[in-house]
Design a protein around this ligand. Sequence first.
Ligand code: BGC
Length: 383
Amino acid sequence: MRKLGKKILGLALAATMVMGVATGCGKKNDKSDASGGSSKGGSSEVQVGVVLPTKDEPRWLQDQKQFETILSDAGFTNQVLFSQGSSATERTNVETLISKGIKVLIICPQDGPAAAAAVEEAKQAGVKVIAYDRLITGTESVDYYVTFDSFAVGAAQGQYLIDNAPAGSGIPLYLYAGAATDNNAFVFFEGAWSVLQPKIADGTFVIANSSEAEKLSDKAELSRDEIGKIIGQITTDWDFNVAKSKAEANLTATKKNLKGDVVILAPNDGTARSIADVFATDKDVTSYVITGQDSEKASVQYIIDGKQSMTVFKDTRTLAADSVAMAVSLLEGKEPVTDTTYDNNKKEVPAKQTSIVVVTKDNVKQALIDSGYYDSSDFSGLE
Ligand code: BGC
């Protein structure tokens, strides 16, 4: 409760700061845009460009909404473009924004290493680059990084499984992860492993679907290569169809003794719903506990209906406001506020990190409705 209050206060301050600093920076006439994204502002010049991975996941539509509101309210000319799962489209988007004269690029890469070339081009054009939510790796051309505490996301998911698993030992644990091209997938898994590994080593959980994870079950800390091997087996590619077929294949291959009451590490809400649907229809699975993240509306409904156990609320209002506040500092020639650094294999990228909130049936109303993120009319059966 206190944490949430602080966050809202922080957001209000960031928004006020942005509004105060940016008054007069641009005109506020909305303009339609042929590129599939959206453009706001009165002149053809765009000051701040935003590139997001895909329109096909509700998560990124939330970010789009926050950016458009915050940037336009602040009087910035801005444009939000989507890469639709393609690094080539992402590169074209960045080039389009450079040609429109952006001074700051806020970009969430489709593929962390592949985005290096695009941001190098932006950098050469004198644009300041802020990586948003996902780190861009293997390049010096990322100036700043704005992120949620992704290690904490994974640790919260793992801890939820531990706290809500059936009593006893030998409980089957099914592991799923995000896309190997997304640095976050590694960080989420690392966080989850940090709490799950002792419970695997002491026999509370038995890994049901990854021989690579089984091989490493005595190791508290894994190298990136080791996590990569596990992700190679359990990746969903952040795609709910891949998640569904992987869960089906796992349950087909698994013997009855690894069914019954099970726990499932699902990396995000979209994949969690697919995986939960598959487990719900297997007659040998008697109960399941399953994680998620993003607080997507459909998953909030699943939680209310008892079909998904938890989600992690990552308040996109805070993340968008933080990156816009950073953009304001950069446009003013000031050093943005950061509170940590992330190693991207080429440099320690100065970063601003935001905390996360675990959401279950018990606090869904308080966390998501009372905070103004969603409207209670979006859901049925909410008490
Ligand atoms: C984000 C998650 C999102 C996932 C799939 C990750 O990088 O942090 O919030 O669910 O990508 O788009």
